[in-house]
Design a protein around this ligand. Structure first.
Ligand SMILES: [Zn+2]
Length: 126
């Protein structure tokens, strides 16, 4: 099996933890948009081991704290796409999106539609 990310991500990384690399997003939606990508060939959050999930949180915290030291950064929004909304054939990753004063970030998000089955979801969680 060929997976470009198994090789490419390592070359592009600006920082790493035991299980993840941090790389700049090649198509940023905010200035400083960072990806935290699994080193292993994991394709969803469900495929991550417990160790990887803990490492992900620790690594994200380190990156977020460093981002928030930058004078222009107000805070950081974390986004994880999973399932069929994830970019095809890309390793599991989270997006760290630096936020700036009056950046209009949420203005670009569509309002919620009433199509999520909340009652079924809550029953499934039991
Ligand atoms: Zn891979």
């Amino acid at each position: 099996m060929t997976c470009v990310f198994c090789k490419l991500v390592k070359e592009k990384s600006i920082a790493q933890s035991k299980c993840f690399y941090a790389i700049w997003d090649i198509d940023p939606i905010q200035e400083g948009h960072l990806l935290v990508i699994a080193k292993s060939h994991r394709m969803s959050i469900a495929e991550l081991s417990s160790e990887e999930r803990l490492d992900l949180l620790d690594f994200q915290e380190k990156l977020i704290s460093c981002m928030e030291k930058q004078a222009s950064v107000l805070g950081v929004t974390v986004v994880v796409n999973n399932g069929n909304v994830m970019d095809q054939d890309l390793h599991f990753h989270s997006h760290l999106l630096p936020r700036y004063v009056e950046d209009g970030f949420w203005d670009r998000v569509q309002p919620a539609q009433k199509i999520f089955p909340k009652e079924q979801f809550e029953a499934d969680l039991q």
